[in-house]
Design a protein around this ligand. Structure first.
Ligand code: AMP
Length: 299
């Protein structure tokens, strides 16, 4: 276990680099009767991540936050090398938020030579980001399985910001009987509606001005989908097509998807049905940046 050297002493947060160190610390806490939460992240922490830590603190006595930019969930043409890495600042944020341990493994520790196992979650991984980012959810499911095995937490907290990922993890935990409770945390947004994301740092000032229209249009589409006239028969496809036109008009360069899905199975929904929770999910491109967002569709 090492401390991040740049930290002032008062803020020193223990940092574990190896799975064995995390397992030892968590085992000790559990032997003392303490409940332990894990919050997996890729670092470049913002207030969205901090909200997960705060939620975890309401659910457990000790909170472990993993910071690992996982290479296996990035495609060959994606931003793995450029992904922001701000470890010292992350440790300060986590310490201030009240986390108890940062777990920042190396790639070699996570995937030693000879590593050959991949976890595939069928069904919920299909469509949406699963189609656009082949192999992404396999990488997520594999690394989250390893993090859960290593940390052995009582509870793990994930954001609804990555809604399909949350459903993939719920399925994984249920199917493999993993002894952990999965909790979803609401999306944290800027005042103008833009969902906080480490990738927002990529946006130019012009793109940053366009970005909040994604949330605005999701709100409008959700309203249209749940309005009484729509319930009388307009198919979701018509409203979604209008939403896609609005996104392009707002300045997004591409709309990868804008879809209405069942809130837990993510099965496509031809129309919103009162009393059946649904989710509106979108991915758009703005210059070289890919933004995702989603909203509950309920009435
Ligand atoms: P990431 O570091 O992007 O992999 O995200 C780590 C965790 O933080 C995931 O469970 C995300 O869903 C969650 N997260 C990221 N951004 C937000 C946000 N704006 N609001 C809530 N949770 C978030």
């Amino acid at each position: 276990m090492t401390a991040v050297s740049e930290l002032p002493l008062s803020l020193a947060l223990p940092v574990a680099r190896e799975g064995a160190a995390v397992r030892r610390t968590v085992a000790q806490w559990r032997a003392e009767g303490l409940r332990v939460a894990l919050v997996p992240t890729m670092g470049a922490l913002h207030d969205g991540h901090v909200s997960l830590v705060r939620l975890a603190l309401t659910q457990a006595d000790r909170v472990v936050v993993s910071v690992f930019v996982n290479p296996t969930q990035f495609g060959p043409s994606e931003d793995f090398a450029a992904y922001p890495r701000t470890e010292a600042a992350d440790a300060v944020r986590l310490s201030e938020a009240g986390a108890h341990l940062m777990y920042a493994p190396t790639v070699e520790d996570m995937y030693p030579p000879g590593f050959a196992t991949t976890i595939t979650v069928e069904g919920v991984s299909r469509g949406l980001c699963g189609d656009r980012r082949p192999g992404h959810f396999q990488g997520v499911a594999t690394v989250v399985s390893k993090l859960l095995m290593r940390a052995q937490p009582d509870v793990a907290v994930f954001g609804e910001k990555d809604y399909q990922q949350l459903q993939v993890i719920r399925r994984l935990v249920a199917d493999l009987d993993l002894p952990v409770e999965v909790i979803g945390a609401p999306v944290v947004r800027e005042d103008d509606g833009l969902a906080l994301s480490s990738r927002n740092a990529y946006l130019s000032p012009g793109e940053r001005a366009i970005a909040p229209h994604l949330h605005r249009i999701l709100v409008e589409v959700t309203r249209a989908l749940t309005s009484p006239e729509t319930e009388a028969g307009t198919p979701a496809a018509v409203i979604l097509a209008r939403g896609e036109v609005a996104l392009r008009a707002a300045g997004f360069d591409d709309v990868e998807y804008l879809e209405l899905r069942d809130a837990s199975t993510l099965a496509p929904q031809a129309a919103f049905v009162r009393g059946r929770p649904a989710r509106l999910l979108a991915a758009v491109r703005l210059g070289r940046t890919r933004l995702i967002d989603n909203m509950a569709v309920e009435a």
